[in-house]
Every structure is written in C-alpha cells, then in structure tokens.
Design a protein around this ligand. Structure first.
Ligand code: GSH
Length: 239
C-alpha cells in the first residue's frame, strides 16, 4: 500500500498544501489505494525537505510532479490517454504557472496578509506548547517572508499580489468556460492540478466564517466554484 506524507486536513480542505491535494486527488481519480500520514515532522525525512512524498513499498518519490509521473508509469494510469500531445503540453505549462506563481500568492495570502495571519497561526501552531508557541510562529513567518522576497512575489504590494492571483483565476475561468472539466466532459490529471490550487482559495472554511480578499476574489468566478464542488461531489464525498 502506498503511503502519502502530507501536512494534514486544514481549513476544511484535505491538506494545507496544494501539492499534497494534487497527489491525493490524482490517486483518487486513478483508483490507487493509499494511506496518508500527516505531520510537519515528515519534512525532516522527506528526500527533498518538502511535502508531499510517497513511499510505495520502499520506493520513495518526492515532488508532486515526479509522483504523478511515477504513478502514471507504475500503475498504467490512463486518465490522460485521450489528450493530444498539444493538450498535454498546455497542461504541463499551465501546471508550472500554477505551481510557481499562483502558489506563492496563496503563501502570501496566508502567511503575510495581516487579516489572515492570526487564523493561519492558530491552524498551524495552535497546539504548540509554551514557550514554543510564543516565538516559533513568528520565526517561521519571517522565513516565509524571506522566501517570498527571494521568489519575487514578496516584492509586490498586497493589491499587486491580488491582481497577479486574479489573472491566473480569470484565465482558469476562461479556459474552463461552460465545460465540466478542463479538457471536456471527462476528468484528467490536469483537473487534479487545478483543483489542488483552487480549493485552497475557494473551499477553505474558517469556524468564524472569515474569508480573506483572495478567497472573496476567487469566489467571484462561478464556474470555478462549481468546478470545485463537482470535484468534491465526485471524489471527496466523506468531506
Ligand atoms: N515542487 C514541490 C513543492 C512542494 C512544496 O513547496 N511543499 C511545501 C508546502 S506547500 C513545503 O513542504 N514547504 C516546507 C518547507 O519549505 O520547509 C511539489 O510539487 O511537490
């Protein structure tokens, strides 16, 4: 049985990390059974120091894209069998755009945006004992801020980052249009990729009903909201 290592259910979505959701949903779509193990402690044993990674009977694979490629080959997954080489190329490049651009807007919206930080802090560090809970969250927040600056997104203002995220959301909404899934009526691995990023904006719920500006903006795209619902109805009935 494959073990998927992630951070854990958070804000009402399957995992706080879109990359973990991507792998989880891909396995659900491909009917590959797996068990999940949750905890930031697994970062220490991850081959690349990030989550997700999987352990398939001793074969360890890290990085969501590498995991999807490994599973596709090892388990003869046919989710993308009907896609043309051109569609596969488009899916690859859009995936990179979501993983490398929209993802960092999400990081900003959770860790840096002042209106979200208290909730993020509570969700990620709420069970930390004292004295760790007094200083560790702020130390990690500073590291995230540094990473965002290094990556580039952190050099923009909140309004500019929201506009960057919105361009991706708007483009996804245009691409999806009236279709049920991105390449038509049949779901493909690309729908797992898109859902993994969208759910972190659209499907998140806080007990107090709070929605940050990024979530509010994402929810203005009705077809994207319906797409998330469609995926959840089909693959996350236990939610
Ligand atoms: N390219 C990787 C990205 C994975 C990634 O960035 N994971 C983040 C969580 S969303 C992580 O583990 N961060 C912990 C760290 O950087 O210390 C993938 O596709 O799996």
């Amino acid at each position: 049985m494959i073990t998927l290592y992630g951070f854990g259910k958070c804000f009402n979505v399957m995992d706080a990390s879109p990359f973990v959701v991507k792998v989880d949903l891909f396995m659900r779509m491909a009917n590959i059974p797996c068990q999940v193990k949750y905890g930031a402690k697994y970062l220490k044993v991850s081959p690349k120091g990030k989550l997700p990674f999987i352990d398939d009977g001793g074969k360890v694979v890290a990085d969501s894209e590498a995991i999807l490629s490994y599973l596709t080959e090892q388990y003869q997954v046919t989710l993308d069998a009907e896609l043309t080489p051109e569609q596969k190329a488009q899916a690859y490049l859009i995936t990179k755009s979501l993983d490398e651009s929209l993802y960092w807007c999400l990081v900003y919206s959770r860790w840096i945006l002042d209106e979200s930080w208290p909730l993020t802090k509570d969700a990620f560090f709420g069970t930390l004992p004292a004295p760790l809970c007094w200083f560790l969250p702020n130390i990690i927040r500073k590291t995230v801020k540094k990473n965002l600056y290094g990556q580039g997104v952190g050099r923009h203002s909140a309004e500019e980052i929201l506009a960057i995220a919105d361009k991706s959301l708007q483009s996804l909404s245009t691409l999806l249009a009236e279709k049920n899934f991105f390449f038509g009526e049949q779901h493909t691995s690309f729908d797992a990729v898109v859902y993994s990023h969208l759910c972190e904006f659209i499907s998140v719920r806080f007990d107090n009903g709070f929605e940050n500006v990024f979530t509010k903006q994402a929810k203005t795209y009705q077809n994207l909201v319906q797409f998330c619902q469609r995926i959840e109805d089909k693959f996350y009935q236990e939610k």
